[in-house]
Design a protein around this ligand. Structure first.
Ligand code: ZN
Length: 165
């Protein structure tokens, strides 16, 4: 009998936790819930290349200098690799010398979700895709004018689409 009570108590506790998390997510994110793309970890693992999965779903960081867009001078839009949402424009890309693609502005603020990340003993602002929650990178306040921001993004999290002339 005592065991059953314990199980019930734990079940109740975990349910209230789940509700709390959901409420805070909704409050901090303006992207419409009905338009979000939700997949399980297993589903993402099946459809994404390993390096993309590790960065976007496990908050990994690609090695500096492996930026696949390093020599990309084309005009166009950088989309989320996972869900194809437009995230950054070539008009806002700059050479930060860090080895990661860097932008001083996002394509559309609604498409980006920013959250405090206190991992690795640092306080950083984590940047993720507002539609599918893909981890993209971090934003720092040492970027160029006019925003003073530096969105430091993993290139594997992005897909480039050239602007049609
Ligand atoms: Zn996405």
């Amino acid at each position: 009998m005592k065991t059953i009570l314990n199980i019930l108590f734990i079940a109740l506790l975990s349910q209230s936790c789940a509700q709390n998390i959901k409420q805070s997510e909704e409050a901090s994110n303006s992207f419409p819930d009905s338009l979000k793309i939700k997949k399980t970890d297993e589903e993402w693992k099946k459809i994404l290349p390993k390096e993309v999965y590790d960065v976007t779903r496990k908050s990994g960081t690609e090695c500096a200098g492996t930026d696949k867009f390093k020599n990309n001078k084309e005009k166009g839009i950088y989309h989320c690799y996972c869900c194809d949402l437009a995230l950054f424009s070539s008009d806002h890309k700059f050479n930060s010398g860090t080895g990661w693609p860097s932008y001083f502005q996002v394509y559309d603020k609604r498409n980006i979700h920013i959250e405090i990340d206190s991992s690795l003993g640092m306080i950083r602002e984590e940047v993720s895709c507002a539609r599918c929650d893909a981890h993209l990178g971090h934003v720092f306040d040492d970027g160029p004018e006019p925003t003073g921001l530096r969105y430091c993004i993993n290139s594997v999290a992005l897909n480039f689409k050239k602007k049609n002339k």
